[in-house]
Design a binder for this molecule. Structure first.
Ligand SMILES: Cc1cc2nc3c(=O)[nH]c(=O)nc-3n(C[C@H](O)[C@H](O)[C@H](O)COP(=O)(O)OP(=O)(O)OC[C@H]3O[C@@H](n4cnc5c(N)ncnc54)[C@H](O)[C@@H]3O)c2cc1C
Length: 380
């Protein structure tokens, strides 16, 4: 049996980051990934803020497709405003492969085309059985995405998953001009939102919808073009209920989507996956290399301190997605064509005050001034 200090299930951004951080500090680890090639097929809008990439130390890489200035938010009445928040559209397959290559380069052991099926606790840690062999370790990291096996076996958390779908549209067939912004649409066709992210050669058009017919209806409404043509289609689950109840238990850890760590407002999960992986690796390092027995258990506490895991943000998200059309259209009308500035909010609130129904819906958001003030760059 192959024996390691740490076994990581999953080679997405969370798993590969944990692997290269551990391997770099001399801790023996193995990544078990069911896919033949990490990152493929792509099922992602592929957007990451500059602040996130910078904080992750990943600002410059051949995986960048193009730079963007921020995003536009469209309302049901089709009015929109701009939010300046620089970022990038990446090629997600290349990005995941870059992180995986870092893990290999730093000495992590990697097992592709290995699907973890059964994992048992033993006297010394865990035994992981895959379709191709068995592995033993002291620490187990579940980086196995939204439908985590590690969670099901050792935590049994409850989480709400939303279904998302995305078409990749060839630019030659469509006339969409995003003018270097990512476009988010509050459209009555979804309870959440749709996105249109323009890459160099294609357009990622997706939404939080169960049904692909609804997405096609949205695309026909908002992306001018001829016949409906596409280069690719994917479906995936996104955790939308925020950090799970428990993400550490007796040397078993959940990181990234497995821990429910997408941002509750935007559902972006690349950066939160990377950050939680680093915190997890440092907490294992604390025990293995520095002899601090209490270190692994500090992982959960450290993640809960992050803004993306805060109750404030969960609260804001709940309200963002329960605003009635009247409030959304009022907001769209007010900010139409403008570049969002926090100082405009006061004037907006004064106007809304004259409309008690609308004002009532804004109170929970105003309680989250932090979000509007300095957290926008950390939402995605
Ligand atoms: C349609 C869609 C669009 C999105 N757009 C964006 C976006 O624009 N920006 C953003 O920041 N986030 C986006 N997200 C969210 C983002 O993709 C995830 O949050 C991110 O991938 C989480 O990384 P992870 O490493 O935790 O999990 P994953 O990337 O899901 O990786 C988990 C890995 O574990 C492997 N695995 C699972 N089970 C096993 C097993 N039993 N044995 C072996 N291997 C296993 C899987 O094959 C996979 O490779 C989007 C998600 C979806 C579905």
């Amino acid at each position: 049996m192959n024996n390691f200090d740490v076994i990581i299930i999953g080679a997405g951004p969370a798993g590969s980051t944990a692997a290269y951080t551990l391997a770099k500090s001399g801790i023996s680890c193995a990544v078990i990934e069911q896919k033949k090639t990490p990152g493929k097929p792509v099922c992602c809008g592929e957007a990451v803020s500059e602040a996130s990439l910078k904080a992750a130390g990943l600002l410059h890489g051949s995986y960048v497709d193009r730079k963007i200035n921020g995003f536009r938010i469209f309302f049901p009445n089709n009015k929109h405003f701009f939010v300046n928040s620089p970022g990038y559209i990446i090629n997600r397959d290349k990005f995941d492969q870059y992180l995986f290559a870092l893990a290999v380069k730093n000495g992590a052991n990697t097992f592709l085309s290995h699907k973890a099926g059964t994992i048992k606790r033993t006297d010394t840690g865990f035994e992981v059985l895959t379709n191709k062999g068995s592995f033993a370790c002291k620490y187990l990291i579940g980086a196995d995405g939204p439908e985590s096996l590690v969670d099901a076996l050792f935590f049994n958390n409850r989480a709400v998953l939303a279904q998302a779908a995305q078409y990749k549209l060839p630019k030659t067939n469509y006339h969409y001009n995003s003018t270097d912004y990512l476009d988010f649409y509050y459209d009555t066709l979804s309870n959440y939102y749709f996105w249109i992210f323009e890459k160099t050669r294609e357009i990622n058009a997706g939404g939080l919808v169960k049904n692909k017919e609804v997405l096609i209806e949205f695309i026909k409404k908002h992306v001018p073009g001829g016949d409906f043509k596409y280069k690719g289609f994917c479906r995936g689950s996104i955790p939308i209920s925020g950090i799970k109840d428990k993400i550490f238990s007796q040397n078993a850890f959940l990181i990234g989507d497995a821990a429910g760590l997408t941002n509750p407002v935007t559902f972006a999960g690349i950066y939160t996956a990377i950050l939680s992986a680093k915190i997890c690796a440092y907490s294992i390092y604390g025990e293995v290399k520095m002899g601090k027995k209490e270190s692994p258990a500090l992982y959960e506490k450290a993640v809960r301190k992050q803004y993306f895991a805060s109750n404030d943000l969960k609260y804001a998200a709940k309200h963002c997605f329960s605003l009635p059309q009247e409030v959304l259209d009022f907001t769209g009308e007010y900010f139409s064509g403008r570049h969002f500035k926090t100082k405009d909010v006061l004037a907006f609130v004064k106007l809304a005050f004259k409309h008690p129904v609308i004002f009532g819906y804004l109170i929970p958001l105003l309680k989250n001034r932090k979000l509007l003030k300095d957290k926008i760059n950390h939402l995605w």
